[in-house]
Design a protein around this ligand. Structure first.
Ligand code: ZN
Ligand code: ZN
Length: 355
């Protein structure tokens, strides 16, 4: 698996005329080496792959990255890197310009002054998931589904958004999640108009819409789902808004297929909301890729003209947010295929009235 990933990385190096790349982004470090420590960098050349890390991680790195030569560095990580680079007689080395800070870049450039540094983006190599990754993503999704099915049994007027978030996170941890995939969103009543309203001390009141957006992390892979439920009986306006979002979500899922552009798919869902008169209240993209990062390529958005391919995993998450009234969002994760897509999220998405 690691060998396959290194082979595609070396292909990319060849197309960019790079003799080596320095990998610093944690997701990419993990993807190309298997190493899960919080500190370290990879130097990958035509013939070599070296993992530089510190004292704390030597044993772990040796176990997790048997394909790599492990080099322990002290305080001068880039000096150690420079020693290895010199032996390579490299001319051009790629670095992750979208991740490295300005300060780090200058340190790197000073230590590697004998080579030309070129920006390179390695994220595209992670967009198509292999079977092992799909299985981990599936498990992360399942953990969130089970937690959701539990949390709907405890939601009632009088408890706070924070209590709901805590319960979701507690259940997910019990089911094997390493941590929440991101700060859990619970936005109820008027707060539902905030698409990314983090759980607050607000108390759930009768009639509130409650939007919960959360996910698990399983062996590094994230899940991401959103459900909106109502505390009590829904009003006709709540039914109206919910039905529009649900129709847009279902149409969005139906539109997903290899060969379609992110823009085309976004457009299908967006049109349904716009035709119903709420276009200006759906102000974000329809979806995003999910994997070792919670938000990654590809985007289902009005500006993505590139085509989806089989094995990509994306969210489909339209919403309507009405200031002072509240909001609805429904989000599932799907795996793109030639025929369309497979929906990973299994939780009910008809309107749940908690009475
Ligand atoms: Zn989400
Ligand atoms: Zn999402």
């Amino acid at each position: 698996m690691i060998q396959q990933r290194l082979a595609s990385l070396r292909k990319l190096m060849a197309t960019h005329s790079l003799d080596a790349v320095v990998v610093t982004k944690p997701e990419n470090r993990r993807y190309f080496s298997g190493f899960t420590g919080s500190s370290g960098l990879l130097l990958i050349g035509e013939q070599i792959q070296t993992l530089f890390t510190d004292f704390r991680y030597i044993e772990q790195a040796t176990k997790q990255s048997p394909e790599y030569q492990i080099v322990r560095h002290g305080t001068a990580m880039f000096d150690k890197l420079a020693d290895t680079v010199k032996k390579l007689e490299a001319v051009r080395i790629g670095f992750e310009s979208d991740f490295i800070t300005w300060d780090t870049y200058h340190k790197l450039a000073t230590c590697l002054s004998m080579v030309e540094l070129r920006p390179v983006n390695l994220d595209a190599l992670r967009v198509i998931k292999d079977q092992a990754e799909l299985s981990l993503l599936h498990q992360a999704v399942e953990i969130a589904d089970v937690a959701f099915n539990h949390v709907v049994t405890i939601i009632r007027p009088g408890i706070t958004e924070l209590e709901i978030a805590l319960e979701l996170e507690y259940q997910m941890r019990k089911l094997g999640s390493e941590k929440p995939a991101f700060d859990t969103i619970v936005a109820s009543g008027y707060r539902g108009a905030l698409p990314h309203g983090q759980a607050s001390a607000k108390i759930i009141e009768v009639g509130d819409f409650i939007t919960m957006d959360f996910g698990a992390v399983y062996q590094g892979y994230h899940s991401d789902m959103t459900r909106t439920v109502v505390a009590g009986k829904a009003t006709s306006k709540q039914h109206e808004i919910y039905n529009i979002v649900q129709a847009a979500q279902l149409a969005g899922i139906k539109a997903v297929a290899a060969g379609k552009t992110g823009k085309e798919i976004d457009q299908v869902a967006r049109k349904i909301i716009a035709d119903a008169g709420y276009g200006e209240y759906f102000g974000h993209a329809l979806g995003h890729g999910v994997g070792l990062a919670i938000h990654e390529e590809p985007r289902l958005s009005t500006i993505n003209d590139s085509e989806l391919a089989s094995g990509m995993v994306v969210s489909v998450e339209p919403g309507i947010y009405l200031p002072e009234w509240g909001g609805v969002r429904i989000e599932d994760l799907v795996v793109v295929s030639a025929a369309g897509c497979t929906v990973l999220t299994t939780s009910n998405k008809n309107l749940i009235e908690l009475t």
